[in-house]
Write a protein that binds this ligand. Structure first.
Ligand SMILES: C[S@@+](CC[C@H](N)C(=O)[O-])C[C@H]1O[C@@H](n2cnc3c(N)ncnc32)[C@H](O)[C@@H]1O
Length: 449
């Protein structure tokens, strides 16, 4: 390749990041799913850069758009979306990726603009980024007086969401939480039924570092582990990547060998297969989900992990269930939710949510919990969990459920004391535990006929 040609080439990582960001913005796609698919297309360093660019831009989008507004002297929304995306990528590199020289960040972005639009657009990108490279100190949040607006811009969350959290948990916690949402999430995993501790330790510990979880038994955080070994162990079904707080759910469910378990919202199967592992595949587990295609993932996952007693059933848990009353020992409702506890992994969720979503989700969660509770046997246990930190989706759902179902009581001792909430459930936070934000609570049906 000639020098001039090379100079105009767009790097694979940046082009892939651009297209993922385009699909997230235009098609409502999820960045985590699209990033996971880059394994075959990009080499390891390009993949790492692509991950960093996509997640970084999404985590800082509001702040980056204010930078664009300042340097381009027009609102980011007035720009062609492809150019706005190119500028976000370029500005992210200039401000956050100090290992990339400013000249490379500018030139790569100009090449990208030429590739995805035309020459004129490249001129604009060049002018804006050159100015940005000269004025690297500018912080759009610093000049905002209103503290809520300042935090919203500083941490790139919609203002209404910041206000909502302040009303729930106060200013200080909200600030810590919002900042934690922009940090990378740790890689956490557990052994499956097939995984042998010695092998996993040997293969991952050799060139990397593993830390035992401080939150949940049997979980590890991987720090700088060789990614090829990690991928091989996952593909062989020997380990499963799962957030530590998410792993806590199967522990608090406490299923035992020989029991009948119903997992009402099971796909993609992280908790179902964990329950199977904890019971050594000696419990009968019915894995329900409304989406048949997602249940196929549960089946595949169980198969890969050597689990035989998981039975997927397509069902709508918002309606009457196809099982007899009081027919299960344990029931898990890991409800569909807003996912505000997972904003580090899924940063785009914050821009998609609208205030009205919570009432709608709460109504669905309440319906699922009511139907699922009917199949819990006397003295049997029912666990409700979400990866949302919102009170509407957790405390309010629980209170409504308890009012309508006096035959159930909360078993506060079933959740670890350090995470316990006044209601007797457990809540984890990214800024406190470093895990995802999760809520879980255990109910027991009384023994009376
Ligand atoms: C939070 S995810 C469950 C994650 C899963 N428990 C795991 O650990 O891998 C919620 C699931 O609920 C399913 N779902 C949504 N509405 C449902 C309904 N009415 N009945 C059953 N499943 C439903 C979704 O398809 C989704 O797979």
């Amino acid at each position: 390749m000639k020098k001039a040609e090379r100079a105009r080439r767009t790097s694979d990582a940046r082009l892939a990041a651009f297209h993922i960001l385009r699909r997230v913005e235009e098609e409502g796609a999820y960045s985590s799913i699209l990033l996971a698919r880059t394994t075959d297309e990009l080499n390891a360093p390009d993949r790492a850069l692509c991950y960093e660019l996509v997640l970084g831009v999404l985590r800082r989008q509001i702040w980056l758009d204010r930078l664009i507004e300042h340097y381009a002297e027009r609102p980011a929304d007035d720009l062609d979306p492809a150019i706005r995306r190119t500028l976000r990528l370029g500005l992210y590199q200039l401000r956050f990726l100090t290992r990339i020289p400013a000249s490379a960040a500018v030139n790569e972005s100009v090449n990208l603009a030429r590739r995805v639009r035309q020459r004129r657009a490249a001129g604009l990108v060049n002018a804006v980024l050159r100015r940005a490279a000269r004025e690297l100190e500018y912080d759009p949040a610093a000049e905002i007086e209103d503290p809520i607006e300042r935090l919203a811009v500083q941490t790139s969350h919609p203002r209404w969401l910041i206000s909502k959290w302040i009303a729930q948990i106060g200013e200080q916690e909200t600030e810590a939480f919002a900042q934690a949402n922009n940090e990378p999430a740790p890689i956490s995993f557990r052994l499956t039924l097939k995984g042998r501790e010695e092998e996993v330790w040997r293969r991952l510990q050799d060139d990397g570092r593993l830390e035992a979880s401080k939150i949940v038994p049997g979980a590890w955080r991987a720090i700088e582990v060789p990614s090829a070994a990690l991928r091989e162990l996952i593909a062989a079904g020997k380990i499963y990547l799962q957030d530590e707080a998410s792993q806590l759910v199967a522990h608090v469910l406490g299923a035992q060998a020989g029991e009948r378990v119903f997992d009402a919202c099971a796909a993609p199967g992280g908790k179902t297969t964990h329950i199977a592992s904890l019971t050594r595949d000696l419990a009968l587990i019915i894995a329900g989900d409304v989406h048949a295609h997602r249940l196929r993932t549960v089946r595949d996952l169980a198969h890969r992990q050597g689990i035989s007693r998981v039975h997927p059933v397509v069902l709508d848990a918002e309606k009457s269930l196809p099982f007899g009353d009081e027919s299960f020992d344990r029931v898990l409702v890991d409800a569909p939710c807003s996912g505000t506890g997972t904003l580090r992994r899924n940063p785009e969720i914050r821009y998609r949510l609208v205030p009205g979503d919570f009432a709608e989700l709460r109504a669905r969660q309440r319906r699922i919990l009511a139907h699922a509770s009917r199949v819990v046997r006397r003295k049997g246990r029912l666990v409700y969990s979400t990866c949302s930190v919102e009170f509407e989706e957790n405390e309010e759902v629980v209170n409504e459920f308890l009012r309508a179902h006096p035959e159930f009581t909360v078993v506060a001792e079933a959740v670890p004391a350090r995470f316990r909430t006044p209601l007797g459930g457990a809540r984890t936070w990214p800024h406190r535990e470093g895990s995802d934000g999760f809520f879980m609570i255990v109910f027991e049906r009384d023994g009376n006929p």
